[in-house]
Design a protein around this ligand. Structure first.
Ligand SMILES: Cc1ncc(COP(=O)(O)O)c(C=O)c1O
Length: 426
């Protein structure tokens, strides 16, 4: 029997980059007469006009605290609910499994403190040396309580996680395994499904840092089956905030530190004090931007979740093409060393975040010279401290990081390569 393709399965069209760019007012800036090129996305992305409008409309019209018996407060309650539903679509969970917080780091410290309440000597936590420090130090802090920390290594040749080492560190004493979905330094995408499986097999919790992965690939917490997953909306075209997904049973299982009048019901019990309501209004607009982008690529999609997935599909093709051009161009620059996966056949295991060093030039010098020419890149360790220490580049200023996003263009990649060649020749 032949199966008719559903509307959600129709073939995708290319990403409408020109339309996407027109949504981001910041992209129109110039530096020293040159167009600004935003290759700084891994540190934070720009926001589309609809996010800016949602934030300012909230402040103009709905600004209030929550749970009051009057109009603006009720509007605020509705806006928070809508943002929760939007993030639930983004991550594929239920709205009451979404917790808002200041940023991923604060949410992770809150969670490590709560989970750590019940831990002590004899308990172990497995981390990785590939992770951003925000998924390392909050767990390492539990050493104070006698918890043993074990850190899985990565392979220096291609900066992939050493899965055998990780598996060997998980045992019956392991209580939690924390791992990044993708590295914000070298761009490696980790097999988080397998990490979750290993953790579960040992009876341990899994905690995924999806901050770097979120703008590059679709997240499905149901499919990954993790206990917790964190991301930051400012890395995927939203405002400066963090979001935590927790399985309902897990959010109910652990006891948050909180003030007494605060609700005991999840997810509110994990959100303390007054949240940034204007940014929460911006989060819904950010997810709606994703959906609009997806509907432009695949007009037949129906649900918001399907539209988000369509956006990811279109983004993936565009980012892949730019990644290929950027990496092959970089590798022709004399004295340049690229850390991470360089073989195009393995590009499914990396995202479009690239770090390099160039002989005779510090990363800061390169970033400064590029910055004067309008190219925004990062130098340093970007808090992936274990990565720069292990690769022995911490004492040398870390790496130059170039981050490609859907609003970047092939032409920007070509201009960046030309600028770098010119800087290195001098
Ligand atoms: C992979 C990764 N994890 C965690 C963080 C910390 O996120 P936040 O700034 O929301 O605390 C970052 C920030 O750069 C990151 O790239």
């Amino acid at each position: 029997m032949s199966v008719m393709p559903t509307a959600e399965q129709t073939s995708s069209t290319a990403l409408d980059v020109a339309w996407a760019r027109a949504q981001f007012p910041a992209l129109a800036q110039t530096v020293n007469g040159q167009p600004a090129v935003f290759f700084d996305g891994p540190g934070g992305t720009q926001v589309p006009q609809q996010v800016i409008d949602a934030i300012s409309d909230y402040l103009k019209r709905d600004n209030a605290n929550t749970h009051g018996a009057y109009q603006t407060s009720r509007n605020t309650d509705r806006i928070v609910d809508e943002a929760r539903a939007a993030m639930a679509d983004f991550l594929n969970c239920d709205p009451d499994e979404i917790v808002f917080g200041a940023n991923m780091t604060s949410l992770t410290f809150a969670m490590s403190r709560a989970i750590g309440r019940d831990l002590g000597p004899g308990d172990e936590i497995v981390l990785t040396l590939l992770d951003h420090d925000a998924n390392f130090s909050p767990w390492k802090a539990l050493e104070e309580k006698g918890v043993a920390i074990r850190a899985a290594k990565f392979n220096e040749s291609d900066c992939t996680l050493d899965m055998a080492d990780l598996a060997s560190k998980i045992n019956s004493r392991t209580r939690l395994v924390a791992v990044g979905y993708a590295s914000n330094a070298v761009g490696t995408i980790n097999d988080v499904g397998e990490v979750v499986r290993l953790a579960r097999q040992a009876g341990a919790l899994s905690y995924i840092d999806a901050v770097h992965y979120a703008p590059h690939g679709p997240i499905d917490v149901r499919a990954v089956d993790c206990d917790f997953l964190v991301c930051s909306t400012y890395k995927f075209f939203g405002p400066h905030m963090g979001v935590l997904y927790g399985k309902r049973a897990r959010l109910n299982q652990f006891r948050p530190y909180k003030v007494r009048p605060n609700t005991d019901e999840t997810p509110g019990s994990w959100e303390w004090g007054t949240l940034n309501h204007e940014c929460i209004a911006g989060i819904k607009a950010c997810v709606d931007y994703w959906a609009t982008l997806g509907r432009r690529a695949q007009p037949a999609v129906t649900s918001r979740r399907a539209a988000i997935l369509a956006a990811h599909e279109a983004i993936h093709q565009h980012e892949r093409a730019m990644l290929q051009k950027m990496i092959s161009g970089l590798l022709t620059i004399p004295g340049l060393k690229l850390y991470g996966i360089t073989d195009p056949r393995r590009f499914d295991n990396r995202c479009a975040t690239i770090v390099v060093r160039i002989e005779g030039h510090t990363p800061l010098e390169l970033a400064t010279k590029l910055g004067e020419r309008g190219f925004f890149t990062w130098d340093g360790n970007y808090y992936a401290l274990n990565v720069t220490e292990q690769l022995d580049v911490e004492r040398l200023g870390g790496f130059l990081r170039i981050g490609l996003l859907h609003y970047n263009t092939m032409e920007e990649v070509e201009r960046m390569l030309a600028a770098l060649r010119e800087i290195v020749r001098r």
